[in-house]
Design a binder for this molecule. Structure first.
Ligand code: TYD
Ligand code: MG
Length: 464
C-alpha cells in the first residue's frame, strides 16, 4: 500500500524536479538538487482514509456558535514586539523571526525570553552560540532571568523531549538553520531539513502549548534555504530589517494568523541591547538641521502607522556625463521619472546636474507619497533656498505634473500636527469632506506648480 517515490528538490529555491540534474531548472543554481523521498498521492489518500474512516463525517458548527474567549496573550516585555505580534504572543503559536545575520534577532529574543523567565519557564535552544556566549551576552544586557534554561543542541530528536518535559511558556530556536533531524538525510540548513524540522516543531508547539520563536537567517541572495521556504508552515512571520549601518531596527509582520500583517515595531540597537522606540517620528527628526536647503519633511507609513521623516536632496554640477542620479531609501527608477516631471513642469531644470536623494535614518520608503517631498527637496537644493521649517508634504506626482492622493491622508496630517508642523502641502483627494481638524496653514494642491508657488508665498511672507 505505502508507496514512496523519489523526487529531487533544489536546496536553493525549493523547486521540485522529477530527475536529477547538475543545474536547477528553476533558479539555475549548480549542484543544488538533492534526492527527496516523497509519499505518493495514492498513499496519502489511503493514509487519510485510515485516519478518517468512512461513515464519520466531520463535525460542523455554526460560526456564530463557536464558543471560547479571545485567545490568551502574553507580553514579551517589549511593547514594540508585542505590537507586531498582535498584542503579545498566543500559547502554542509558532513565530518565525527572519533577518540578516547581525541584525539583532538573538538579542531581541534573549531579551523577550529573559523578561518572561522572571515568572515562567523559558527554554533557549542555541545552536549558533555556546552557552558561555549566550550567558555573557545576557550579563552584558543586565538581564535577570531565574527561569531561563539554555540548551546547546542542534539534534531535533534530542531537543523535542526536553521541551515536552519542561513544557515552557516560550521556546527560542536559534537558529533553525543549525537544527537537523535524523529523519532527513540532507545536511543541516538544507531546504528539506528546514522544512522537516520546522514541521516537527510546529506539531510540538500545538501539542505542548508552548509558544515557539524560530530564528532564521536571511542568506545573502535572499532565497538560499532561508526563512522564506518556511513561511507557510508557521502562524506568524516577522522580519527584522534595516541597514546594519543604521542603529534603527524595524520589525515587520508579513504574515500573522493572530493579528494584522504589515504591523511594524521600531527599535534602536544600543550598547545594552535593543531599546524600543515609542515615538519614532521624534527620533527620526531629532537631528534635523533647520534652515538648510535640500531638506523636506514628509509623513510616510511604516506598516500601519504614520511616521515623520526627513528627505534630503543634493543637486550639484555634474562631475561626469551622463549626470548621476543616486537615491538611498527610495526607488531609483522613480527618481529619474520624477526628475523628468520636474524638468517639464517646475519651470526649472536639473539637466546636466548630479542629483542625490537620501532618506535620513536608513529608512526605506516604498510608497509614492514620497514623490512630492523628493521634488521639494530637489527644488530647495537646486535653488539653494531652505523650505519653511514647519512644512510637511506628501503626495504622488503624476507624469503630467499632477499631485495625486495617497493612502491614509488624515492620519498623516494628525501625526504632523502632533509634532508641531503648521504648514502642509496636501493632495486634494486627501482632504476630508467635512472640514479639517488639522490646524495651521494647509494648502490643498493638485499640481506641482501650485506646490512651488505655495512655497514661494511662504518664503516671501517669512522674509517680509
Ligand atoms: P545579534 O542579536 O547577535 O544578531 P543576530 O542574532 O540577528 O545575528 O546582534 C548582533 C549585533 O548587535 C552585534 O554586531 C553586536 C550588536 N549588539 C549591540 O550593539 N548591543 C548589544 O547590546 C548587543 C547584545 C549586540
Ligand atoms: Mg544570532
Amino acid at each position: 500500500m505505502s508507496r514512496l517515490s523519489t523526487a529531487y528538490r533544489c536546496e536553493a529555491c525549493g523547486a521540485e524536479a522529477p530527475r536529477w540534474a547538475g543545474r536547477c531548472p528553476e533558479c539555475g543554481a549548480w549542484n543544488t538538487l538533492i534526492e527527496e523521498t516523497r509519499v505518493t498521492k495514492a498513499h496519502a489518500r489511503s493514509a487519510a482514509k485510515a485516519a478518517h474512516p468512512a461513515g464519520h463525517p466531520a463535525d460542523v458548527q455554526m460560526l456564530d456558535e463557536v464558543e471560547g474567549d479571545r485567545e490568551e496573550r502574553h507580553a514579551t516585555g517589549l511593547g514594540e514586539l508585542d505590537r507586531v505580534l498582535g498584542g503579545g504572543f498566543v500559547p502554542g503559536s509558532v513565530v518565525l523571526v527572519g533577518g540578516d545575520p547581525g541584525i539583532g534577532k538573538s538579542t531581541l529574543l534573549l531579551q523577550a525570553g529573559a523578561y518572561l523567565a522572571r515568572q515562567e519557564p523559558v527554554i533557549y535552544v542555541s545552536g549558533e552560540e555556546s552557552p558561555l556566549q549566550v550567558a555573557s551576552r545576557s550579563r552584558r544586557l543586565g538581564l535577570d532571568c531565574p527561569h531561563l534554561s539554555l540548551v546547546a543542541e542542534t539534534h531535533l530528536e534530542t531537543i523535542i523531549p526536553v521541551i515536552q518535559k519542561a513544557s515552557p511558556r516560550m521556546v527560542v530556536i536559534d537558529s533553525i538553520q543549525t537544527v537537523y533531524s535524523d529523519r532527513v538525510e540532507s545536511a543541516p540548513g538544507s531546504v528539506t531539513q528546514l522544512r522537516e524540522s520546522t514541521a516537527a516543531l510546529v506539531r510540538l508547539a500545538k501539542t505542548t502549548g508552548s509558544a515557539l520563536f524560530i530564528i532564521g537567517h536571511v542568506t545573502k541572495e535572499g532565497a538560499i534555504a532561508g526563512p522564506r521556504v518556511l513561511e507557510h508552515l508557521v502562524d506568524t512571520v516577522l522580519y527584522f530589517e534595516n541597514d546594519l549601518g543604521s542603529r534603527y531596527r524595524i520589525i515587520r509582520s508579513v504574515k500573522n494568523r493572530y493579528g494584522a500583517a504589515n504591523e511594524t515595531g521600531i527599535f534602536l540597537m544600543a550598547e545594552n541591547g535593543l531599546r524600543e522606540v515609542r515615538n519614532p517620528s521624534a527620533i527620526f527628526l531629532s537631528s534635523r538641521l533647520e534652515g538648510v536647503s535640500g531638506s523636506a519633511v514628509t509623513v510616510t507609513r511604516e506598516g500601519n502607522r504614520p511616521l515623520l521623516v526627513e528627505v534630503q536632496a543634493l543637486v550639484d554640477d555634474a562631475q561626469s556625463m551622463p549626470p548621476r542620479r543616486i537615491t538611498v531609501g527610495t526607488d531609483s527608477t522613480r527618481l529619474s521619472l520624477l526628475l523628468a516631471i520636474f524638468n517639464r513642469h517646475s519651470g526649472q531644470s536639473v539637466a546636466g546636474r548630479d542629483v542625490f536623494v537620501n532618506v535620513v535614518g536608513g529608512l526605506r520608503i516604498n510608497e509614492t507619497a514620497v514623490d512630492l517631498p523628493v521634488l521639494l527637496a530637489v527644488w530647495s537644493s537646486l535653488t539653494d533656498r531652505p523650505l519653511p521649517k514647519d512644512l510637511v508634504a506628501f503626495g504622488e506626482v503624476g507624469l503630467n505634473g499632477e499631485i495625486r492622493p495617497v493612502f491614509g491622508g488624515e492620519e498623516r496630517l494628525r501625526e504632523s500636527v502632533k509634532h508641531g508642523f503648521k504648514k502642509g502641502l496636501v493632495p486634494r483627494g486627501n482632504v476630508a469632506r467635512q472640514g479639517h481638524e488639522a490646524a495651521g496653514d494647509l494648502r490643498v494642491v493638485t499640481r506641482l506648480t501650485e506646490c512651488l508657488q505655495a512655497v514661494e508665498d511662504w518664503l516671501q511672507d517669512a522674509s517680509a
